[in-house]
Design a protein around this ligand. Sequence first.
Ligand SMILES: [Zn+2]
Length: 496
Amino acid sequence: MFPKPPSCSGFGLTTALTFLALCGCSRSESNTGVGEFESPPNVILFVIDTLRADRLGCYGNPAKPSPTLDQFAKEGILFERMWAPSPYTATSHASLFTSTYPATHGIWNRQRLESKGGDIFPALPDAAVTLAEVMLELGWETAAIAGGGYVNERRGLAQGFEFFDSHTFGAVNRIGRAIDWIQKDRDPTRPFFMFLHTYEVHYPYLPNEETINRFDSEYQGPLRKAVADAREFAEDYIKQFPEKSPIGPVQKKFFKPLFEREDFSDRDKEFVFALYDAEIAIVDREFKRLLQYLESAELDKNTIILVTADHGEELWDHGYFGHHRVWDEVMHIPFLAKIPGGPSGVRRTDSMDLVDVMPSLLGLLDSPIPQAAVGKRVNWIQAPTHIEERVHIHQANWPHARDAVRNGASKVHFFPGEELPPEVFDLSQDPGENSDLSITQSGKSQIAQAELTFQTFLQSSTQIRKTWNLFPVFHGLGSFTPEMRSELEGLGYLDQ
Ligand SMILES: [Zn+2]
């Protein structure tokens, strides 16, 4: 039987209770007997930024770039239907860390403010209770080894981490740093909770030649040379500016001009898929290194490992490259879990959402769940005997404002701010979302239903923001003009 986490048995019952009172947590979730570990387990939450599910072998990619992750899935649990709430990094991470939707936390990657004539960057407020804060309070040592970019302190995403190292280095460096931390830096008297994150499969793709050739050795178009040149440029850039991300400069200098060329062909695009698979292969190899280290250090038997992504990527599935919209190539992400003593070789068909990770993990550990958390506590040990379809919401704000309501196989897209009618797709017949059914009778009724669902969702999200004071923070708000403040109020960002 898993003894109570340290916070419940000695180290800090009083502290924990004070914390729970302050943060509004409750012990409303009772233990259902799933948290049966020999001792409090370590937890590694590995987020592979921009990884769409269908490019992993275990989700059906015939190129099989991910043998280690595929094997990992066979030895653990795989959720076939895992959804991201947004197509953006900061936004989805804020949802993952707080179990609230973007409509509540408002941590968009960027928010365009017309009165400012530019973008502002909301940050998670201290009032938000993050997964790391709860784990820390319960007695876990907390560490984040992340890939920089929008995963940073300025966005409020470092809350609860005793150690926070976020730099845009590749997976080789980040996994190496994670192993180093476990080996040399951690406190062996406490279990650890590690958030591990890499941008390795985020555009621009810069795999080495050898790995590329495993997926496409024949292509001789302009992208091959661009990748080689960009690799060299990025390596120099990181040496010169270790605190900066090379992603933007590399995209602008080497890839955007090519992607925008009129003669950018289907064959060129096919090579982009190979580059993406090659990046996955690199992450997979590094993940193997991490697993091997854990085994050699005898930590594998007492470490829960969760693997997921913050969003996927459009690879011209709908005529566009990037992650700014809410098609399923962006919203469908992987979720794999290996739990000591837990199920092996289970493919789950009940759906999950990034907002479910926090309550599910805390539930597994028989730990309290913050009251602001809206995610479902999914029992990872025991699959339900009967699947009740759930509603999942996806939202994008810029440069394309998009909302989508998923209800079982029905997915309705809304285009707020644009004069476009909603679109409806039957995912059971049309998983690629190509045949809009909005003019059919059934489509019309699905739109009406989705509109109601979405309005209720917005009202409830706003209420949660107010109840738990989750208004995002804006640096430099004091210098905002009355017009800017008024626009922010109109967007629901300021407490009125
Ligand atoms: Zn991301």
